[in-house]
Design a protein around this ligand. Sequence first.
Ligand code: GMT
Length: 384
Amino acid sequence: MKIGIVCYPTYGGSGVVATELGKGLAQKGHQVHFITYSQPARMDRFHENLFYHEVSAPDYPLFEHAPYETALASKLVDVVRYEKLDILHVHYAIPHASVAYLAKKILLSEGYYIPVITTLHGTDITLVGRNPSYAPVVAFSINKSDGVTAVSESLKQDTLSFFDLEKEIKVIPNFIDFHRFKKSNKDHFKKAIAPNGEKILIHVSNFRKVKRVGDVIDVFKQVYEKIPSKLLLVGDGPERHSIEQRCREIGLCHEIRFLGKQDAVEELLAVADLFILPSESESFGLAALEAMACQVPIISTNTGGLPEVNIHGKTGFTSDVGDVNQMAKYAIELLENPEKLQTFRDQAFAAAEGFDIEHVLPHYEAYYEYILETAVYDKTQSIE
Ligand code: GMT
């Protein structure tokens, strides 16, 4: 198949999922064309079946913001037409689903039919998409997609409750590539971080408000008071400055390392004992799944799709949003009990195996086939 993938090219979860999906499809012999404004962060090596088409929105003194959507729609028309793509798969509804609809209509006016699949990732529905500034366009473009997938059952239910939809939503969960994410021996690194055998807690995110990184610090403070430990904070974003301030206020800067954006997250996960994810909202929690693949149990909230990934009492523990005392209790319970910690490590790994890319990718392929067959009817529809 010739597949066009539209996504955000950054380190965010939706861009990572889209890029890993494209790489996996290319590996299986499909031709994959990424169409976005810069090279996706995880598109890190050459593959004969992978292509990248950069969208640039030329500036003009009249524009306060260059019209990216118009440039993307034009690029989609050009790439679909020239490369003779079979299907377009857009990740994150805003603005990709509505832009794809426009491109599809332009192509239809030329007699070229291209089905569009939209994958919903989370904030495009739960935070941003529901905002009245975007909601009518989001709802319309989801309804007009030929196929719609959501990364968890929870996100599917949220989408159905927020919008008036006539479209079926298929749940295809996020996935993990075990060739990359696996526990490896990084003892030398562990010694450098925790020279006296301290426990290592880790948090990885984009440091946005929704991640509640302040709760990570509060949980760590309680753990630290009982158990010698270190905290690794991976990622960067708008909340980082205030979190650094908070570490100074509580006098724990020497035990907390801010590592910024890291490419080789798996090497950091390899030395960690616990992963803390106290998000206010999380449609899936890909960062948690990556930790589980590296045998790191999860202390998380029970919001959104997290309970579908982090099984309470098995792969880690879940608590109500903001309940840092409970999260700290669970963390201490595991860290104080090496046998229990090892059992949870094993169970986290076993649960992660259920999300192996090898199992999940065929679901996308089958869905593409299904949409290509069933969307044929649309071909005969008028172009208005
Ligand atoms: O977590 C973020 O804020 C980034 C965001 C994105 O779209 O890049 O992540 C969302 O999509 C990920 C991949 O499907 C999910 O694993 C995250 O749970 C989801 N984030 C939220 O729902 C807050």
